[in-house]
Design a protein around this ligand. Structure first.
Ligand SMILES: Nc1ncnc2c1ncn2[C@@H]1O[C@H](COP(=O)(O)OP(=O)(O)O)[C@@H](O)[C@H]1O
Ligand SMILES: [Mg+2]
Length: 292
């Protein structure tokens, strides 16, 4: 989304349903926006109202020869949430994200993202999503501004809006001072923030992040979390994040699911990871209840 700018909306402030932390953050940001300039804050989910599912899979499956990487996965993510897909290496997290972002066709089952089918309406889905892959992907031989210009063109951001959106994105992600430096001189944390800026220039409704803080030092990790919370707090962007880091899920997520061997593992019985996820879920639920 365009960092910084509340979007004008013709209607009155919408009543926000639900009880999650992000619902409360969204309600606050909307109230503030209404008081300040008569606009209703960032509302970009054109087909979706808060609480509706923006990601929905039914028996989503992907096989690679003998391996079933994702096995009949049923997943629902409500608008405005930060949803954590947890699981150890090989659990099927990246394969799930690749199917949801239309990069990989499912072997069976279905997925809807932002109101569209990820196979039959892949083009519509692509327009509404941003994706930051597990591997660092910004071009080190270009400056941040050049990388951002490239993304703006690739994602079809209208020409007349590009400069302003790029400036706002650099500002939001704390990169204005280094905007004209070659990215190969950046730290890992700066590259990640730049990649987030690139993935958000076209104001996607849903942002997919595949282990976004892997390999970052604690400070850089915190900086990424803080920006993601600020982004989600504006209410326009639903975030699905994969991680095998419980602390990341605890700090950042409203909801979590644990993947194990391609399927959602029940949080209930058995296993250390499952017990930890069950405890985490209880904490997240308590937090939601405590939101006024
Ligand atoms: N292109 C591929 N070809 C064959 N096997 C794959 C491919 N991609 C992933 N896999 C296998 O699918 C399983 C899940 O992988 P992945 O989705 O990358 O898990 P995670 O992201 O949770 O670590 C692993 O066993 C992996 O080796
Ligand atoms: Mg992975």
């Amino acid at each position: 989304m365009s960092p910084g700018q509340p979007r004008r909306c013709a209607g009155a402030c919408q009543k926000v349903r639900g009880t999650s932390r992000s619902d409360a953050r969204r309600a606050t940001s909307r109230r503030q926006a209404c008081r300040a300039d008569g606009s209703v804050g960032p509302v970009t989910l054109d087909l979706v109202t808060p609480g509706d599912a923006v990601i929905e899979t039914a028996a989503l499956t992907r096989r690679f020869d003998q391996i079933t990487a994702v096995d009949r996965l049923d997943l629902t993510v409500a608008a405005g949430r930060i949803f954590g897909l947890l699981g150890p290496n090989g659990a099927g997290k990246t394969t799930t994200i690749k199917m949801l972002t239309t990069l990989l066709p499912p072997s069976a089952g279905s997925a809807r993202v932002a109101g569209f089918d990820a196979v039959r309406e892949a083009q519509q889905v692509r327009r509404r999503i941003g994706y930051v892959s597990q591997m660092l992907s910004a071009d080190g031989g270009l400056t941040a501004v050049e990388n951002l210009r490239l993304s703006a063109a690739l994602y079809g951001v209208p020409r007349r809006e590009r400069a302003a959106r790029i400036d706002a994105a650099l500002e939001f992600f704390g990169l204005t001072g280094q905007a004209r430096q070659l990215v190969k001189t950046y730290s890992g944390g700066m590259i990640r923030r730049l990649e987030l800026a690139q993935a958000l220039l076209h104001e996607p409704a849903v942002l997919f992040l595949d282990e976004p803080t892997m390999g970052l030092d604690p400070l850089a990790r915190r900086a990424v979390w803080e920006r993601l919370e600020a982004l989600n707090g504006r209410g326009a962007t639903t975030i699905l994040i994969t991680t095998h880091d419980m602390e990341e899920a605890d700090v950042l997520c409203d909801e979590v699911a644990l993947m194990h061997r391609g399927a959602e593992a029940p949080g209930g019985a058995g296993g250390h990871a499952r017990r930890r996820v069950r405890a985490l879920r209880r904490r997240l639920n308590r937090r939601r209840r405590h939101v006024p």
